[in-house]
Ligand binder design. Structure first.
Ligand SMILES: C[S@@+](CC[C@H](N)C(=O)[O-])C[C@H]1O[C@@H](n2cnc3c(N)ncnc32)[C@H](O)[C@@H]1O
Length: 219
């Protein structure tokens, strides 16, 4: 993943934001030592942004699609109230082993429920509403995840979608690969969706923040 900000800017922003917990720091460091693609972790600055979103929408129920080693799930859990809960989806057992290890160490780990398997299968029987839904799994399914998230999000909640700048590759035409094409399609779909308001925040690799416009049935 390319750095899209000026050198040093993200570190400066992180140093002036909600501090990373010791458990999150240790998890991020072990992920970097032991996993093949550690850059998939959202990191300290985006982690602070996610925690702030929990507070801004007063979330008590969160759904995450794409857990990896559990860094973002733990950020969410740390910001949730005691009775808050997060359900997180993951298909790969290897990062889940590390996630479980750190959830067990954290006083907030009990708020996290892991659902192993293909996220589309996991999402099908879930019932909402969720106050926050974070989409951060396979990019080719982003539009599918977005459509299901619209059904599951609460009227006062929000959907957050990660990596929507894709290291700047969203500017390329034609798209160089399937993932880029899928992210470009997702960004088009959201921009054309009159049922939501959205802002593409240029933090790290881009986070699309999507909010349903009107009151909807929460069943
Ligand atoms: C970018 S990483 C998530 C990073 C995590 N949110 C964090 O910041 O710590 C994406 C994860 O989605 C998982 N994934 C990919 N395709 C999936 C699928 N179809 N169902 C569930 N998980 C999937 C991958 O195994 C990977 O661990």
């Amino acid at each position: 993943m390319k750095d899209l900000a000026l050198p040093g800017i993200d570190d400066y922003a992180a140093a002036h934001s909600w501090a990373e917990s010791d458990t999150c720091r240790a998890l991020r460091e072990e992920t970097h030592r032991t996993m093949q693609f550690p850059q998939m972790v959202v990191g300290s600055l985006e982690g602070a942004f996610l925690k702030m979103m929990v507070r801004l929408v007063n979330a008590t129920r969160i759904l995450e699609i794409g857990m990896f080693t559990g860094y973002s799930a733990l950020c969410f859990a740390e910001a949730l109230p005691e009775d808050g809960r997060i359900t997180t989806c993951e298909i790969d057992e290897k990062p889940a082993v590390l996630a479980r290890k750190y959830f067990a160490k954290s006083p907030h780990g009990g708020k996290i429920e892991i659902k192993m398997g293909s996220a589309l299968d996991t999402l099908r029987p879930l019932t909402g509403p969720f106050d926050l839904i974070f989409i951060d799994a396979d990019k080719v399914n982003y539009v599918n995840y977005y459509r299901r998230a619209l059904e599951l999000v609460s009227a006062s909640g929000a959907i957050l979608i990660d990596n929507v700048l894709w290291s700047g590759d969203v500017l390329k035409q034609p798209p160089p690969d399937q993932s880029t094409a899928a992210i470009q399609e997702l960004n088009r779909v959201v921009a054309a969706d009159s049922s939501v308001d959205a802002v593409l925040v240029t933090i790290r690799d881009g986070v699309l923040v999507v909010k349903p416009k009107s009151v909807k049935c929460e069943a």
